[in-house]
Structure formats: C-alpha cells, structure tokens
Ligand binder design. Structure first.
Ligand SMILES: Nc1nc2c(ncn2[C@@H]2O[C@H](COP(=O)(O)OP(=O)(O)OP(=O)(O)O)[C@@H](O)[C@H]2O)c(=O)[nH]1
Ligand SMILES: [Mg+2]
Length: 240
C-alpha cells in the first residue's frame, strides 16, 4: 500500500538523513517532514533532502507555537490534501524502526488504524531503559488507559498507520493537545468513534542520537491534560 510517512522534527539534524534514506528505500513510501523551526538547521537540511528527492520528500515548515501535537495535525491535513491513501506517523530518532513500516501497513488490510505497540506480546522496549524509566512509561500508559477506559494496550504509542478514511472520520480541529498527549487523544477519539485498532508488536529503541524533548514538565503537562481529552471527546459515538 502506498503511504505518506509524517515525521515531526525538532533538532533532528543528526538523524534525519539516515531516516529519510531508510524510508525512501521503500518504493511505496513518501515522506513529509514537519519541522518547527529547529535551531539546529533540521528544516534547511530537510529542504536539501527534498530537492534531491522531488516528489518523494516534502517539508512543512511550521511557524508560531511549536509542539508535537500541533505538528501532527498540520502534517495529517497536508498529507490528506496531497491525496495520501494511508498515513504513517513516526519519530525521527530511530526509536521506531523504518523496517517495521511494512508490517504496520499490512495490518491496515484488517483495521482502520495500526498501532506499533510496545505492550502487546512480542513488543518490547530498549534494554538500556532502567527499571525506573520502564516503570514510568508503563505507569503513564496505565494511568491514561484507566482514566479514559482505553482498550488499546499501548495508549501512548507514537508509531501508527492510518487508513485515509480513518483520519477523515476524525474532526482534526477538535484534537487540541499541543504536545505528546496527542498520541493518547487520537487513540481515545478512535476508540470513541468505534474505529478498528490493530496493535502490532514493535521493539522501541533508545533514540540514536540527539536529545529528548520530553522533560518532567512536559510529562506533568500531559498528565494534567487528560481531563481535557475526556471532556472534548467522551460524547463521541460511532457513526451510524
Ligand atoms: N515538529 C515538532 N517535532 C517535535 C516536537 N517535539 C518533539 N518532536 C519530534 O517528535 C519525535 C518524538 O520526540 P522525542 O523528543 O524523541 O520524544 P520521545 O521519543 O518521547 O523521547 P526520547 O525517547 O527521549 O527520544 C521526534 O522526532 C522529535 O524530533 C515539536 O515541538 N515539534
Ligand atoms: Mg524519541
């Protein structure tokens, strides 16, 4: 299946060239880089990669407020406007393996949304994660699942494949999380709308190079935002 891979970037200049190469080696994929004015020049670098791969790689330069959620909503809209048949979302830092994209797209044969999942049998996280980090990720996931009543095992997953029709079924203007909470918000909206979610086990690696933007403050903001996610979407029902 042909797909557009939306990759949000903030200071990923050391990862992006290899990431683009690995994705563009798959002939059915196009790449949309959504950069938020990265101070390290990732946006200019992405423009040079786009010039070298016309028709395969495009760049969306966002202005104004930055945020992962804002970047994804703009990226999804752009991919749909450009006619994408399916859309994949993934990190730029190799935590999500480009080689796993075909398995996610294959899963779409039987569902609306495929989730690259760390927390189904066969899924795993990097061995470098100490017990503290693993427990924190698990408990953030359990907290979100419990508060929102989610069935999806990896509710905070950032590696997903969408059928075009699934993204079209969602009113993207109502998805308001500016940051990482967008992952949970989109999962919740999918479940409320009765979309079929298929979880595919993945191995989540530690980022290859560069720095995480996930600070304690960002984590606390995400946890505090869950009530808003519920308020915005709990009345949604599956389309008749
Ligand atoms: N456009 C855009 N991309 C962002 C923003 N924040 C993070 N990203 C990208 O979103 C992806 C995930 O961010 P990371 O910082 O790797 O977060 P993480 O994967 O949860 O944390 P680590 O495991 O420590 O890497 C990466 O590709 C980032 O470059 C942002 O504000 N705007
Ligand atoms: Mg990462």
């Amino acid at each position: 299946m042909d797909a557009t891979v939306v990759v949000p970037t903030y200071n990923e200049a050391h990862n992006l060239p290899a990431m683009a190469e690995a994705l563009l080696a798959q002939p059915n994929l196009r790449l949309l880089v959504v950069d938020d004015g990265s101070p390290d020049g990732t946006g200019d670098l992405a423009d040079r990669l786009a010039a070298a791969s016309p028709g395969r790689l495009a760049v969306l330069h966002r202005r104004g407020e930055r945020g992962l959620g804002l970047a994804y909503i703009d990226g999804f809209r752009r991919a749909l406007a450009d006619g994408a048949e399916a859309v994949v979302q993934m990190d730029a830092d190799f935590s999500h393996a480009p080689a796993d994209v075909p398995r996610l797209l294959d899963q779409l044969a039987g569902c609306d949304v495929a989730v690259g999942s760390r927390y189904v049998p066969g899924g795993s996280v990097d061995d470098q994660w100490g017990p503290g980090r693993a427990a924190l990720s698990r408990s953030a996931n359990a907290y979100a699942r419990t508060l929102l009543g989610l069935r999806t095992r990896d509710a905070t997953a950032g590696f997903k494949a969408w059928r075009r029709s699934a993204l079209e079924a969602i009113d993207l203007g109502t998805v308001r999380s500016r940051g990482y909470l967008i992952q949970v918000e989109m999962t919740y909206v999918c479940e409320r709308l009765g979309l079929a979610i298929g979880e595919v086990p993945i191995h989540f690696s530690e980022r290859r190079t560069g720095r995480s933007k996930m600070s304690l403050k960002v984590k606390i903001q995400a946890a505090a935002g869950l009530a808003g996610v519920w308020r915005r979407h709990h009345r949604l029902r599956p389309a008749a």
